[in-house]
Ligand binder design. Structure first.
Ligand SMILES: O=C(O)CCC(=O)C(=O)O
Length: 272
């Protein structure tokens, strides 16, 4: 068996059809991005690291909709040395660049997202609601570290919704965002791509403006997933449009002023 780090510098081919479909729909699945043996090895490293840093102690029933949806542990690559090769992997960043149609991508941040057994649905939302970045070329890689069925809560997407850009609802991930966007996607008649069954190490990618949600975890097994967010190199910091973007500017962009290149010490170029 090859070491779980070995393949991370190797790029994979993404065919033109997948890129075109991604650009039309705002999301795509890439099977076998992390080979099965490596996915099992990385699961141990990533989930252990995530749980070590999760501050959540409340039972599910005491949390709001956001808290019920998943345990969210951000910035693992800075917290644990062992996680760095995974988050900084050229292989994953190369897919992000290819799907975005750009030459170079930078890291925004990573996060582990663990939907516990009985965990609630992930409300409809747009990721870029949180990001003070002056570009539409932003993308999230979402990779389950276990074989994940739709019943465990794999991603559901509103195809083509990225073309609407920022839908300013003034509220973050919540029951309100879920209800609002449920009405919005049906009103706009976006086709819905339902949650897929994914093997550990497969991944879905979606743009920062693509509306997405996930059902609750109706199984007895945790849905363990790792995400990495990238954006096109050359993007500038934008003027924060809400307090969450201001918090992100300080946390992920080293407090860089609006208009400056989004290129802080936490945003290395990961591809090429
Ligand atoms: O893991 C989830 O349930 C939600 C993930 C998500 O919304 C994202 O990665 O953008």
């Amino acid at each position: 068996m090859r070491a779980p780090t070995e393949f991370l510098s190797e790029t994979i081919e993404i065919d033109d059809e997948t890129v075109q479909s991604f650009q039309e729909k705002g999301h795509a699945a890439v099977r076998g991005l992390c080979p099965p043996d490596a996915a099992a090895a990385w699961r141990e490293v990533l989930v252990e690291a995530a749980l070590r840093h999760s501050g959540e102690t409340r039972p599910l029933e005491e949390r709001d909709a956001y808290g019920k949806a998943f345990l969210q542990i951000t910035n693992l690559w800075q917290r644990e040395e062992a996680v760095r090769p995974f988050v900084l992997a050229r292989r994953f960043a190369g897919v992000a660049a290819r799907l975005l149609g750009v030459e170079r991508v930078r890291l925004y941040h990573d996060q582990a997202l663990i939907k516990e057994p009985g965990g609630g649905p992930t409300p409809w939302h747009q990721d870029q609601f949180y990001w003070p970045l002056e570009t539409d070329k932003t993308i999230t890689m979402w990779m389950p570290l276990v074989d994940a069925t739709p019943e465990m809560g794999t991603m559901v997407f509103a195809d083509g919704s990225h073309r609407d850009g920022f839908v300013e609802i003034g509220e973050q991930i919540s029951e309100f965002s879920d209800a609002f966007f449920e009405g919005y996607v049906s009103g706009r008649r976006f086709p819905i791509t339902k949650g897929r069954a994914l093997s550990a190490g497969d991944a879905t990618f979606h743009l920062g403006w693509t509306l997405h949600r996930a059902p609750g975890n109706a199984t007895e097994s945790p849905r363990e997933a790792m995400t990495v967010i990238y954006y096109a190199d050359g993007a500038a910091v934008s003027r924060p449009r809400n307090p969450f973007q201001e918090a992100d500017r300080l946390a992920w962009l080293a407090g860089l002023e609006p208009g400056r290149p989004a290129a802080g010490p936490l945003n290395p170029v990961l591809f090429p």
